[in-house]
Design a protein around this ligand. Structure first.
Ligand SMILES: [Zn+2]
Ligand SMILES: [Zn+2]
Length: 371
C-alpha cells in the first residue's frame, strides 16, 4: 500500500507537474507527461525519450478510454511532427502496462520490457480467475483475513484485465546489464524486485539521469506484497536488497525520474529513508508480537491506523505478510500453534532469535511454542 513517509533531504527541480495533455522537458531530450488514474494515487508519470526522429515512450497509464484520449492529445499536441518510435514498459502493473496493446497497435511500436513483466501480464490475461482457487483462498483465511476481503483478492485478476488493453504478440526482452541505445544516448538497464518482479529501470550515465519506475518514489513507499502463489516469498528482503544495489550503481546526485509524484534529487537519502521506514514497521510488529501471538490480519491495525475499505485492506494485509516473511527469515518472528485454524507469529526473546538466524529456512516452517 502506498504510504506517506518523511522526505527531508530531497530536492525537487520542478515543483509543478505538467498539466494533462502537456509535457515538461525535465532533462535534455526527455519529456515528462502525466496521465490521470482513477485511484487515490491519481496519476502516473510517463516519459518520452528523444529517439532519432521521434520519441521512445516509457510506460502507458491504464487501458481505458480516458488514457487513450490523453495519448491522442499528446500526439496531436506537444509531440506533433515527431512520431513515437517504441514503447518501454517498466513493470506489469496496470498503470504502467495497461495501454501497451493499444499503443503498439495504434502507432506501430515494438514493446521492450523484462521477460517477467511480459509473462506476468500474459499470465493474468490468459487466466484471470486463477487466484480464485482453494489453496489461495485458504492461504488468506488461514492468516486471518475476513471472507469479504478474501473474495476480493481471489477475484482481482478480473479487475486487472479491466485495466489492461492486451499485449502485442511479441516483445523485445530487456535484461539487467544490457545497454540500450535510445537516440544518441546509452542507457544501462537495471532490474529490481520487491514492488514487482524484474521491474526495469534505466540509467544514462552521461546525463546522470535515472528512470526509477516505482522502485524509489519521493513521498510514498511502493507497495510490497506477498501473494498466495508464493506464500513464503520475501519481497521485502528483495526490495531492501535492490535499494542497496541502486545505491552502489547510481550516483547520489542523479536526477531521479520516478513513476509517480515529482522528479527529485536525493536517491541515496531516499533509499535510506525507505529502508528505515520498513525497519520501523518491523519493530512495531515485533513489539506487538512480544506480548501475544498475532495473525497477519491482526497486525494490520499495528501498521495502518485508519479504517480500510476491502480494497485497501487487501493491500495492507499483503504488505503485513511481506514484513512477517522478512522477519521470519531474519529469525525475528516464529510461528505458533493457536487454538483455532488461524496461523499466528510471536517475537521470540532476543537470544533465541540470534541463535536461530543462520538456520531460518523459509520453505520449511517450524512451529515454535510461546517463548
Ligand atoms: Zn507499480
Ligand atoms: Zn505505479
Amino acid at each position: 500500500m502506498l504510504t506517506k513517509t518523511d522526505t527531508g533531504a530531497l530536492t525537487f527541480p520542478v515543483p509543478e507537474p505538467p498539466a494533462t495533455g502537456e509535457v515538461t522537458e525535465i532533462a535534455p531530450g526527455i519529456l515528462w507527461a502525466r496521465i490521470p488514474l482513477p485511484f487515490r494515487l491519481n496519476h502516473i508519470n510517463v516519459y518520452l525519450i528523444e529517439d532519432g526522429e521521434g520519441w521512445a515512450v516509457l510506460d502507458t497509464g491504464i487501458g481505458n478510454e480516458a488514457t487513450r484520449a490523453v495519448w491522442s492529445a499528446l500526439v496531436d499536441g506537444p509531440l506533433a511532427g515527431r512520431r513515437l518510435t517504441r514503447l518501454i514498459v517498466t513493470h506489469f502493473h496496470p498503470d504502467h502496462i495497461g495501454l501497451a496493446g493499444w499503443l503498439c497497435e495504434r502507432f506501430g511500436l515494438a514493446l521492450l520490457t523484462s521477460q517477467t513483466s511480459y509473462l506476468a501480464c500474459a499470465n493474468i490475461s490468459l487466466s484471470p480467475g486463477a487466484l480464485d482457487a482453494k489453496p489461495y483462498r485458504e492461504f488468506y483465511l488461514r492468516h486471518g483475513l475476513d471472507a469479504e476481503t478474501t473474495q476480493r483478492v481471489a477475484t482481482q485478476g478480473h479487475n486487472y484485465l479491466r485495466m489492461v488493453s492486451g499485449l502485442p504478440p511479441t516483445f523485445e526482452r530487456l535484461v539487467a546489464g544490457d545497454r540500450l541505445a535510445i537516440g544518441g544516448r546509452s542507457f544501462d538497464v537495471l532490474t529490481g524486485n520487491g514492488h514487482a518482479p524484474e521491474q526495469v529501470m534505466l540509467y544514462c550515465a552521461a546525463d546522470n539521469v535515472f528512470l526509477a519506475a516505482d522502485q524509489v518514489l519521493a513521498k510514498i513507499t511502493p507497495n510490497i506484497s506477498v501473494w498466495a502463489v508464493d506464500p513464503q516469498g520475501d519481497p521485502l528482503g528483495l526490495y531492501v536488497r535492490s535499494l542497496g544495489e541502486l545505491k552502489r550503481q547510481i550516483p547520489a546526485d542523479a536526477l531521479v525520474l520516478p513513476g509517480h509524484q515529482l522528479p527529485f534529487y536525493g536517491l541515496h537519502a531516499r533509499s535510506d529513508q525507505l529502508i528505515a521506514h520498513h525497519e520501523t514497521r518491523c519493530a512495531a510488529i515485533a513489539e506487538a508480537c512480544r506480548t501475544q501471538p498475532r495473525s497477519a490480519a491482526e497486525l494490520v491495525p499495528v501498521l495502518f491506523h485508519r479504517d480500510l475499505d476491502p480494497h485497501q485492506m487487501s493491500f495492507a494485509f499483503s504488505e503485513v505478510q511481506a514484513h512477517i516473511n522478512y522477519m521470519l527469515r531474519r529469525g525475528e518472528l516464529a510461528w505458533v500453534e493457536g487454538g483455532d485454524d488461524v496461523e499466528r507469529v510471536v517475537a521470540p526473546v532476543k537470544r533465541a532469535a540470534a541463535r536461530k538466524r543462520p538456520t531460518a529456512a523459509p520453505g520449511r516452517r517450524r512451529r515454535a511454542g510461546n517463548p
